[in-house]
Design a protein around this ligand. Structure first.
Ligand SMILES: Nc1ncnc2c1ncn2[C@@H]1O[C@H](COP(=O)(O)OP(=O)(O)O)[C@@H](O)[C@H]1O
Ligand SMILES: [Mg+2]
Length: 566
């Protein structure tokens, strides 16, 4: 069931009230309630007792007055009665006094005229005295016989005045009391709240991070105990915090160590990976070398078989080429002789004029065979044949060289010297085609077959010159690296097409027009360099140029040398 709004609001406002105000308010309320009850009951009690007192006094006074006046009434002594009446009126609070005989006749009276003129009605209670006078009477009796009565009127104003005074006093005292209590509760509230405030400040201090903060403890009351509990809590908080920090530091340290370990592991893994990669690289290199070796083996197998073939062919061709060449020489001489004879005949032609028909026939034959043309053509044909034979001889010579790459003298040689003499031989081929640049390095003496190597250098130089179409540069470089020397011949020629590159060392591979290349130069060179335990590297860019680098070992392995020499 929902709580009514006004109640909730007041609840909230009470909750929002300061502790001191609540204390003051609470005490004031209690005080006011208590005072209300006290004053109420006190005043009502006072009222009652005053009324009873008045009635009692009225009765007593009336009885006493009756006794006093008894004799005078019996004797009808009016003078005494008069004096008694006046005497009794001296009592304070009496409004009137009257004495009547048994018939109700007034014997004597005194007091307030207005009160005396009113008809007498006895009041039983103070409340009955509506005219402000309590009317009472007492009968004068002697031995059971009534001789008369006294009537008295007592003012009730006095008790009301007394009550008013009393109420005034009570009010003053109550106000003073409330003032004192308010002051006291203010002081108490202030004192309590001060303690509480210091506790609150301390709590804020702790909340702000000042763990272990202590509040001063005074006395042994509940507040002091609360302060003590607070101090204890603060102290323990600090303790826990310290412990926590220590633990965090420890954990951090552990984490750092773990991280370092991880780092180390990672580094080790990385190194392992690196090593593996290197190993893989080495394997790849090894595979590449194996492939190369395999190719070289194939190449040398090919070369060896072709070498044998070439040796046989060369031998077989050499003979006929020999006699064709010498026959051609002889034929040229004969042809010259024959033309000489013909010249003589021609000079004698005029003498044949008269011999009819003979000259005619000679002219006809001369025209039929086109003698003038024939004279020239025979010369050309012979010259061409001679050139052809020379070429065949050259090829045969190359073939012979090719089949005898592992023959020759082994000795320590200066490669620069060999290069220079080779350059002299090929200078004719080169000088119109290219500028020669020489960049010689330091070279040790190399154990080799010098003439064979010169053959290699020559082939490379001639190829370089032939690769240059109009004019270019040929660069000759040398150098050494540990136990190896190298000779490099590079040109600015047409370059080698990638698809040709793997064939250039094949015997009879040539891209040159028929008649100008045999295709044996590089395969021959390959064989020679291989016989020296070296290798040839090629690097070429189509349209830019080509670079051949011949690597040779400075020394030959003992067995190789023995084998080579033997
Ligand atoms: N320096 C070079 N520049 C361009 N091509 C070359 C070069 N050297 C060799 N070659 C190519 O290699 C082929 C084989 O050369 P080689 O064995 O000397 O035979 P040939 O010179 O008789 O053709 C040549 O026909 C040519 O295509
Ligand atoms: Mg060549």
């Amino acid at each position: 069931m929902p709580v009514p709004t006004f109640w909730r609001r007041s609840e909230v406002s009470i909750a929002a009230m300061s502790f001191r105000r609540k204390t003051i308010l609470g005490i004031a309320l209690i005080e006011a309630a208590l005072l209300l009850i006290l004053v109420g009951t006190g005043l009502s009690f006072m009222h009652q007792s005053n009324e009873q007192e008045l009635i009692k006094r009225a009765t007593t006074t009336a009885t006493l007055f009756a006794t006093t006046t008894k004799n005078a009434v019996l004797a009808t002594d009016l003078a005494s009665l008069e004096s008694f009446v006046h005497e009794v009126m001296k009592n304070s609070g009496l409004v009137y006094a009257r004495v009547r005989d048994m018939d109700g006749m007034v014997l004597a009276q005194a007091g307030d005229t207005a009160a005396l003129t009113r008809p007498f009605t006895a009041d039983q209670e103070v409340d009955d005295a509506t005219d402000g006078v309590l009317d009472t009477y007492a009968e004068i009796r002697v031995a059971g016989t009534t001789y008369g009565r006294v009537e008295l009127g007592l003012s009730i104003r006095e008790i009301y005045e007394a009550l008013a005074t009393a109420r005034q006093w009570v009010t003053v005292i109550a106000v003073m009391e409330m003032g004192l209590v308010a002051m006291f509760s203010f002081v108490l509230g202030t004192w309590l709240t001060r303690q509480l405030r210091s506790l609150k400040q301390a709590a804020e201090q702790v909340a702000g991070g000042d763990l272990g903060f202590q509040v001063p403890v005074k006395g042994r009351d509940e507040l002091a105990q609360t302060a003590k509990a607070f101090n204890n809590m603060s102290h323990r908080l600090r303790h826990f915090n310290d412990e926590l920090e220590q633990r965090v530091a420890q954990r951090t340290e552990e984490l750092v160590q773990t991280q370092q370990q991880l780092q180390i592991d990672l580094e080790r893994r990385r190194k392992m990976g690196e090593a593996l990669r290197q190993e893989k690289q080495q394997q790849r290199e090894l595979i590449r070398k194996l492939e190369q070796a395999h190719n070289q083996l194939l190449q040398s197998e090919k070369l060896a078989s072709i070498g044998q073939l070439a040796a046989g062919v060369a031998h077989e061709i050499n003979n006929p080429v020999g006699y064709i060449s010498s026959n051609l020489g002889t034929l040229e001489e004969y042809q010259q002789d024959l033309f000489q004879v013909l010249d003589v005949y021609e000079s004698l032609e005029p003498l044949l004029q008269y011999e009819d028909g003979a000259l005619q026939r000679i002219h006809e034959i001369k025209q039929a065979v086109r003698l003038d043309h024939l004279r020239q053509d025979v010369r050309d044909l012979l010259e061409e044949s001679q050139q052809g034979v020379t070429r065949v001889r050259q090829i045969v010579e190359d073939l012979k060289d090719f089949s005898h790459t592992d023959e020759g003298e082994w000795a320590q040689a200066d490669l620069h010297q060999g290069l220079e003499s080779t350059l002299n031989i090929v200078s004719n081929e080169i000088k119109y085609k290219a500028e020669m640049i020489k960049e010689y390095g330091e070279l040790p003496l190399v154990f080799c077959q010098a003439p064979q190597l010169n053959q290699v250098f020559m082939n490379l130089l001639v190829n370089a010159a032939q690769a240059i179409e109009v004019h270019g540069v040929i660069t000759l470089r040398t150098g050494s690296e540990q136990d190896w020397v190298w000779v490099e011949i590079s040109d600015t020629g047409q370059g080698i097409a990638p698809e040709h590159l793997k064939h250039i060392f094949d015997p009879f591979f040539t891209t040159k027009p028929v008649g100008s290349g045999t295709g044996l130069g590089l395969s021959l060179s390959y064989g020679i360099v291989e016989a020296h335990g070296g290798r040839i590297d090629v690097d070429s860019k189509l349209g830019k140029g080509t670079r051949f680098r011949v690597w040779l070992p400075v020394r030959q392995g003992t067995e190789d040398r023995r084998e080579a020499v033997g």
